[in-house]
Ligand binder design. Structure first.
Ligand SMILES: Cc1ncc(COP(=O)(O)O)c(C=O)c1O
Length: 467
């Protein structure tokens, strides 16, 4: 253990140096060919190597080539910097190394607390046992939709787990084209069939057209199909749009549909000043996916599935073999009964540390700061002659495009993200929005400043010149 103690101090110093110097280094740079070869081509050593050597390799070959998301001018996808408190306790979680499948040890008890905190923060109802931490929102979505599928089957007098789906009317799910791909992946994985996921049109602000939703449900019912779930977004990845959740909740209630909300990125946006009315109806959902590893900055990976009726999730997943029976488990049983994972990592520690370190006020400050940056970028873009705002700014994402001329804008905007990334001074990613190639910047970093926004726009101009 002396070797671990000594090397551990070095590792802590390396981590602190890395975080302290991030802003002075390129946001991102391509991994040179030789380094790629070193990273991917090495052989398993025949004899073990000392811990210090491993740290030296990590310092020389790993840390110089980050994805970029620790940098205050990283605006790509939805990837936050790591919270300092999360970084601090990750080695403790590894040293402790429990499986949080269940049982009477610190991990599962702490997980109960952080799941309750997450639900309370965003105003989602939280009965005891109403949620669990996951690898991310993709897994949370699988849990929520599997629960919805089994509830629909049981309501119709059959059991999807026992029988499979063959011979039953197709179950239909509704989601807009702005809905995240994880909703489609989950539907496919659960055997629903991609063709049974309906694409509901959106309005000019990329929010679900609820009139169209109603019409599609009526058509599917008339065709003898089984509408079972509508998935709304509380913060789409393209533009940060929030669907009209209250209206969707009405439709779901009228038709007995499961109402799922993808709040993986945006649910925390409800904390921003004046934002609450846009989230009206979130508390009426049956399930909510909310990722601590996005806006909160909990080190990857940590998602969360929140469920209004924990018993429904247990009915969809519980399978306790004789070697796992725990007579001490209490009414809620084990976390492993609420999802597909058996051995579960100690995700609660880094989530607890991050949330405790920030406190409710710190989390609210972070959400306000980053949402404000997105609005400010929206204003800068609107005022500039050579940029165009493509969607209202409602969370911490700004969707826009570069428009220095009137033709060839799709090709230009498609090429800009990589050209900006390669310059190393900022990082943004692109998308397609309303049939056009677009740029989007997502703000999650507490240290991003308004000056960084000006740098971003100038970087786009300079990068475009080189194309
Ligand atoms: C809105 C939204 N939903 C779902 C997901 C999927 O989450 P994860 O990557 O944690 O599985 C993402 C990921 O960026 C997202 O932004």
């Amino acid at each position: 253990m002396d070797e671990l103690r000594r090397a551990g101090a070095t590792a802590a110093a390396i981590a602190a140096d890395h975080l302290a110097s991030i802003a002075d280094r390129p946001v991102w740079r391509p991994v040179p060919e030789a380094e790629r070869g070193w990273l991917s081509g090495q052989e398993l050593p025949e004899t073990g190597r000392p811990l210090d050597d491993l740290l030296e390799d990590a310092r020389a070959h790993v840390l110089p080539y980050p994805m970029g998301n620790g940098h205050p001018r990283f605006f790509g996808w939805v990837n936050s910097p790591p919270s300092p408190a999360g970084v601090l306790v990750e080695p403790l979680a590894a040293a402790f190394n429990p499986s949080c499948a269940g049982g009477d040890h610190a991990g599962p008890h702490l997980e109960r607390a952080v799941v309750r905190w997450l639900a309370d923060l965003v105003g989602f109802p939280h009965p005891p046992g109403g949620g669990l931490l996951t690898s991310g929102a993709s897994m949370a979505t699988i849990i929520c939709l599997a629960t919805a599928r089994q509830r629909a089957a049981l309501a119709d007098g059959w059991d999807a787990r026992e029988e499979g789906l063959a011979g039953r009317p197709p179950m239909i799910m509704y989601v807009t084209e702005e809905g995240h791909s994880c909703l489609h992946k989950a539907a496919q994985l659960l055997g629903l069939g991609a063709r049974h996921v309906r694409t509901v049109p959106v309005d000019g602000a990329y929010r679900m057209d609820v009139g169209a939703l109603r019409a599609m449900i009526a058509q599917d019912v008339a065709a003898g199909l089984r509408p079972f779930c509508v998935a709304g977004s509380a913060g789409t990845v393209n533009s940060g749009a929030i669907d009209p959740l209250g209206e969707i909740a009405d439709v779901a209630a009228e038709h007995g549909l499961w109402f799922h909300v993808d709040g993986a990125y945006g649910a925390l946006g409800v904390l921003a000043d004046g934002a609450a009315p846009r989230y009206e109806g979130l508390d009426r959902a049956d399930s909510l996916a909310l990722d601590p590893h996005k806006w909160l900055g909990v080190p990857v990976g940590c998602g969360c599935a929140l469920l209004r009726d924990p018993a429904a999730a247990r009915a969809a997943f519980s399978l306790v073999p004789s070697y796992l029976i725990d007579d001490q488990a209490g009414d809620l049983g084990w976390f492993a009964e609420y999802g597909p994972e058996q051995t579960r990592p100690f995700r609660a520690l880094k989530t607890w540390a991050t949330m405790s370190h920030l406190g409710r006020s710190g989390i609210t400050r972070l959400v306000n700061h980053t949402s404000g940056l997105a609005r400010t970028l929206g204003d800068l873009v609107t005022r500039a002659d050579d940029f165009e705002l493509l969607a209202p700014v409602t969370t911490s994402i700004t969707a826009f495009r570069y428009r220095p001329r009137s033709d060839g804008l799709d090709a230009l905007n498609r090429a800009i993200p990589l050209a900006v990334q390669e310059r190393g001074n900022a990082f943004l990613t692109g998308t397609r929005l309303g049939g056009r190639d677009a740029l989007r910047a997502c703000f999650l970093h507490p240290d991003t400043t308004e000056d960084d926004l000006t740098v971003l726009l100038d970087e786009i101009r300079l990068a475009a010149k080189s194309l």
